[in-house]
Design a protein around this ligand. Sequence first.
Ligand SMILES: [Mg+2]
Length: 228
Amino acid sequence: MVKKDRLIFWDIDGTLLHCGSNGRKALNRTFLELYGITDALGKSPVGASMDSMLLGGIMKNFGIDPKDFPKITQHYKTVLKEILEQDNNKRILPGVIPILEAIDKHPQAINALLTSNLRVGAEAKLSSVGLNKYFQIGGFGDDIGEKWDAAVKCIEMAEKQYNTLFPKDQIYLIGDSCYDITSSKKIGIKSIAVATGWTDISTLQACEPDYFFPDLSDTEKILEIIKV
Ligand SMILES: [Mg+2]
C-alpha cells in the first residue's frame, strides 16, 4: 500500500468559505443570552488568535467562572447553527471543491483543517455548506496555544493515524491571513496565501508566503505546487 506523504492544511474563514461575521454574531449572542452582556467581543478581532484565547479573555474581563467554558461552547454551537441556517450569503470560495476532491482522491495526500475556530464552530460552518465530508482530521481553537501549536499536534496525530512521516516540505497551509503565514514559518511548513479573506493583497505579500494567489481558481497551478 502506498503511504500518505503529503498533508494539506486548510484554514476555514476566508479560505474554504465565507460566512460573513456569523461567528462574531453567534459569540456576542451567546454572552448576551447566558449572562446579559451586550457586545461582549467589542473590538476584539476574531481569527487573529485562537478562539479559546479570545473566549478566555472575555470570560476573565467579565469575571465569568472558567468552569462555564463547556456551557458557553454548547450554547455557541446552537446559536451559530441557527444563524448559519438563516444566512443565504454564505458560500464556498472559488476553486475549493476541485482542489479538495483531487486531494481526497490522491492516494498519498490528506486534507486537514487548521483553524482558530472551536471544533463545534468549525463543524457548524463546514456542514452548513457541505464541506465537512472532506475532513477527518484537524487542529482547532479549543486548545490553549497558538495556531502553529495546533498544527504540530495535528501533524503528530496524522502521522500516528496513517503510520507515516510527513516531510516538512510536503506539508502545506492554505490560508487567507498573516497569522496563517506566520504559523507556517514557525514550524517550517509551506504557506499558500490566498486573498479571498479580510487581508488585502499587499499586506499578505508583505508577510512573505511561499506562494500567493488572488483566489484558488487556478486549480491546476495549486495542484502542481502540492504535487497532487
Ligand atoms: Mg481565515
